[in-house]
Design a protein around this ligand. Structure first.
Ligand SMILES: [Ca+2]
Ligand SMILES: [Ca+2]
Length: 183
């Protein structure tokens, strides 16, 4: 008698997800490493893919009135990347496989989606999604000296009345302004 074939309709688990910056210059993250494990209880792992997708903020155009031509100046275009992965040990031959990806030259100025898709040989597909925090576009070169540049944002500020009562220590370099000043 042949043993009954055990059905496997459950997708594998994606676990131990981790990401860490591997190249950072003055707070600007250029490169990251993403690692994770795919594990199934019955079937060996067949496939794993990682997508690194720039998050788009269409609502700046549709809701906030940003001109479409200004969008790429604020959120610099960056490519979508898709990595078809091999296990760290080189072969898809077990029910547990580990993976690691280096993502380099991130443009930044936005968040990114990290999407992992994994399959075991029985077919079911598992999907995992993670949104990175904001990754800055430019290096924070302000840290290279001890000068602090500040911006005070005050709604409705008059030249005559408000400055007399002003108790702050910081004074505008260009003199006392008023919200009524013409540009
Ligand atoms: Ca399975
Ligand atoms: Ca293996």
């Amino acid at each position: 008698m042949t043993p009954p074939i055990e059905k496997d309709s459950n997708p594998p688990l994606i676990k131990d997800f981790n990401w860490s910056p591997t190249k950072v210059v003055w707070d600007k993250v250029y490169d990251i490493e993403v690692s994770f494990t795919v594990e199934d209880d019955k079937t060996r792992i067949k496939y794993a893919e990682l997508r690194f997708i720039p998050v788009e903020y269409e609502y700046f155009i549709t809701d906030y009135g940003m001109r479409p031509e200004d969008y790429p100046k604020v959120f610099p275009p960056d490519e979508k990347r898709i990595y078809e992965l091999k296990p760290l040990d080189g072969e898809f031959d077990e029910r547990t496989e580990e993976f690691s990806v280096n993502i380099k030259n991130i443009t930044g100025g936005r968040e990114y989606m990290i999407i992992i898709i994994a399959e075991d040989k029985a077919g079911p597909t598992q999907k995992f999604e993670y949104k990175t925090p904001y990754i800055r576009q430019y290096e924070n070169f302000a840290k290279q000296d001890n000068t602090t540049v500040g911006v005070v944002y005050l709604l409705w500020w008059g030249k005559d009345n408000n400055w007399n009562d002003y108790k702050g220590e910081d004074r505008p370099l260009l003199g006392f302004y008023s919200s009524k000043d013409l540009l």
